[in-house]
Design a protein around this ligand. Structure first.
Ligand SMILES: [Fe+2]
Ligand SMILES: [Fe+2]
Length: 253
């Protein structure tokens, strides 16, 4: 029996928000659920050469497992955007800034101590990742998130859309999404360098510790980008469209 309301045209982000076990099913077929939630299942499968019917079957199978992880973000669809953006900053942005310092230092220290070439490759991949990610976090905090919060306040108080640096949110959000794709690419590089963060049987405690920290960072950054790309950004764009619709000039007859 197919999952009700889910087919090849269903958006990946809707699957994530509504189907238990969706992450496991998408991971099985390497379908990206971090940066391309706005694609349909068919489009997302096309990007990675996966079979959409096999992905639909995997979704159904995962959803029927008794231990399937329930979709955990539905409450975020109604959470005030002010609270959601604050959580993103205080949890995920702070984690990323801490990791930017700690992980690079850990990889470089491992290279110094054990002379492992892979540790140097990891340090360089991390530096590339954070060179792009840190300005991205600042842009969100200075421009995107405050505008979203001002829009929400305007909507609550029945006022017009606030003035912004940009013509509309689509422009900065497209740039933020490209940054997420770039970060996702760097995560792929890290994952490949470390064999999916799996140290081999003879690995030293230093290697084990670094790989474990990288795996935690990977998971946190994917979730961070999911919450923005699949929850915050679409909600903000809908809110902007609603506010601007309310202030569109009346057409002359
Ligand atoms: Fe962010
Ligand atoms: Fe972001």
């Amino acid at each position: 029996m197919a999952l009700e309301g889910v087919d090849c045209d269903t958006l990946v982000r809707d699957v994530l928000l509504n189907v238990a076990g969706a992450v496991a099913a998408l991971d099985r077929h390497r379908v990206d659920h971090c940066c391309h939630g706005a694609l349909s299942i068919a489009e997302a499968c096309d990007r990675v050469g996966a079979d959409p019917l096999a992905v639909l079957a995997a979704l159904e199978e995962e959803a029927s497992r008794p231990d399937a992880l329930a979709p955990r973000d539905r409450e975020l669809l109604n959470m005030p955007l002010e609270v959601l953006t604050e959580q993103l900053v205080t949890v995920f942005h702070e984690d990323a800034r801490r990791d930017a310092v700690a992980l690079v230092a850990q990889a470089r220290a491992l290279h110094d101590a054990e002379g492992l070439p892979v540790a140097l490759d990891i340090a360089r991949a991390l530096e590339s990742l954070f060179a792009a990610l840190l300005p991205h976090l600042s842009f969100e905090e200075r421009h995107v998130f405050p505008y979203v919060v001002r829009m929400e306040k305007a909507s609550r108080e029945g006022r017009l859309a606030p003035v912004a640096l940009f013509a509309n949110l689509a422009e900065p959000l497209a740039e933020m999404t490209r940054d997420h794709e770039d970060a996702d690419h760097h995560l792929d590089v890290l994952s490949k360098l470390t064999d999916g963060y799996q140290p081999d049987a003879t690995a030293s405690p230093g290697v084990r510790s670094l790989y474990a920290a990288l795996a935690v960072h990977h998971e946190g950054l994917v979730r961070h980008m999911h919450l923005e790309g699949n929850v915050l950004f679409p909600r903000a764009e809908r809110l902007e469209a609603k506010l601007r619709e309310g202030q569109a000039p009346a057409r002359r007859r």
